[in-house]
Design a protein around this ligand. Sequence first.
Ligand SMILES: Nc1ncnc2c1ncn2[C@@H]1O[C@H](COP(=O)(O)OP(=O)(O)OP(=O)(O)O)[C@@H](O)[C@H]1O
Length: 672
Amino acid sequence: MSYTSINDKRVVKNISSLPSSLNSSDGLSFKEEPRGPVETIYFNKKRPLPKEDLFFEEFEDIMGTPQPSRPCTLVWRDVSVHVKLKDGKLKRLVNNVSGIAKPGTLIALMGPSGAGKTTLMSALAYRNPVGTIVDGEIAMNGLPVGDFMHRESGFMHQDELFVENLTVIEHLSIMARLRMDRRTSSLVRRRRVNQLMRQLGLYGSRYTRIGGLEGRNTLSGGERKRLAFATELLTDPGLLFCDEPTTGLDSSSAQKLVSLLRASAAQGKTVICTIHQPSSELMALFDKLVLLAEGRVAFAGNASGALSFFESLGYHCPITYNPTDYFIKVLALTPGSEGASRQAIKSVCDRFAVSDAAKELDMEIHLEFHLMDHENEESRRIKQDSFKAPFFFTKIMWLVYRFMLVILRDPRVQTLRIVQKLAIALTAGMCFIGTVRLTQAGIQDVQGALFIIIAENTFSPMYSVLHIFPEEFPLLTRELKAGLYSTPIYYIARMIAQFPGLVIEPTLFTFVVYFIAGLRATVFAFSFTVVVSIAVLNVAIACGSFFSCAFGSMPLAISYLVPFDFSLMLTSGLFLKLSSIPKYISWIRHLSWVMYSNEAMSILQWDGVDNITCVVSDNNVGTPCLSTGEEVLGKYDFQSNRFWIDVMALVILCFAFHLLALVALRYRTRRK
Ligand SMILES: Nc1ncnc2c1ncn2[C@@H]1O[C@H](COP(=O)(O)OP(=O)(O)OP(=O)(O)O)[C@@H](O)[C@H]1O
């Protein structure tokens, strides 16, 4: 690779052309805007910092500025991207595109809407959506692109997705754990997080929540974009892709963000960025312009070269027009005369393909591929990345931490839920005060109290998790694509994080109902009723998770879950005698944790009881008198020797539903 000397010149040129808002000492920082109540720190004025930060500052002084990232040359030749349509036909989105991106260069990828910018950038970044077929050659530093691109390059998406309840520092610290090489020391990781927060003007907002708080202080749109940028910079990749990073920002924030990209390029990174309608000032920060139209290259080279190229074709940009707006206007389809527009676009692309600029570009591309073809095995091996991903348990631990922060900070999930549970438990318990006795009428009351415990731990929890996976799905698929973790790691971490709540909630509820209603007062009966109620809640959550993962949207999941939970109730043993359920539906009882738990809790209440009084009253005249617990269990088709079978069935159902949920989630994420 012989790009170093050219790039060194380029870097020097870039630094000298930085806007004044950039701090020239590190090439990638800017003064923070003062913001409301949050502490504002201007780093170019040496203000006292907290002890911990002084430590980092000293450490940085000792260490010097970080190592420049690995220079990356990305080259692509004759790249076409097709997508398979539902009718089986192929649609071409990108048509035979070639190009090169060198270190220290900031490239603007522009074109009218639908030109294929995002599609091309995704193909170059090896982040194609499922269903797209990429032909042609794409190589980074002489290696055909592959999974390593997820680590060696950063991809800033147009819409930034975060776990909204986290603060800036929490988000970056967790991302550092998940993204950085496992051999990186904790000191270096913390230093990198601090450094990025300072450089990107996020330090003053480090304890500010990213979002999720209505009416309270959260990050602004510009800060969110900078945080997304900081996240991509954690591993200091040599190559950065940014998909419309300025969309939704005001002109000043857009200017700041592109200045940061400019500064990154000045540090030696290769930055490719799609952008819509940049102002002339913004455009001046870019080194190269690539214009796409109808999936083809209409121009590639310096922005000034674009003006003369279009002029040579007879397209004179009016003096009052922003040149880039003018190019897009020329290359866009005009409604009503699409045929003529397509012809004009084809003519521009054809003329560029035979232009001197294109020939020069072709030579550069051929040279890169030629060098790559003649590279020996040894130098290829050296280039293979030696990245060591964090261990399985490290990933689980940090994801559990992230989920726990979210759970603890979401009042819907915590305080309100517990208060609601206690209120229901008190109300339900009070209905049974004095009714639970060893009499004929008392039998129904005991069974009623048990059913309340089971139902409360089944139905509302099962529905309460339906929203989780559809809501988290976009962030999950993005983080999966970035190679941060796998679907099982995500799922296991989510379940571990919510497990404490799944123990506390049923324990509290059962405790209150059990004692207010006055159910069987033995330690064994009480403690195992609690154990069974915990198991019930966990099976219900596992089943809800399965429906949530399998159907992907809450309305769809609800419409399938309602008939299922209806059949659960019917086969619980309370409304229908189990032996009289018709054969074609009776199999559902084997899935019915309501039945297993009802049987187990009934055994705990009635096993060994032999003193039920038998007073004939107007209410039970004509009905057989049940004088022992065994007879009570027999009435519901329950057997006293099945307690441990019921407990085992609950455990198996819990694991089975979780497994099904995981399979469904994996299937859905693989299709994305
Ligand atoms: N999965 C798909 N199936 C069918 N057509 C698709 C698919 N993905 C993209 N396209 C089409 O391919 C074309 C290029 O899409 P792409 O998103 O790359 O355009 P773009 O230049 O980034 O547009 P914009 O600036 O509006 O984001 C568009 O016409 C789009 O409708």
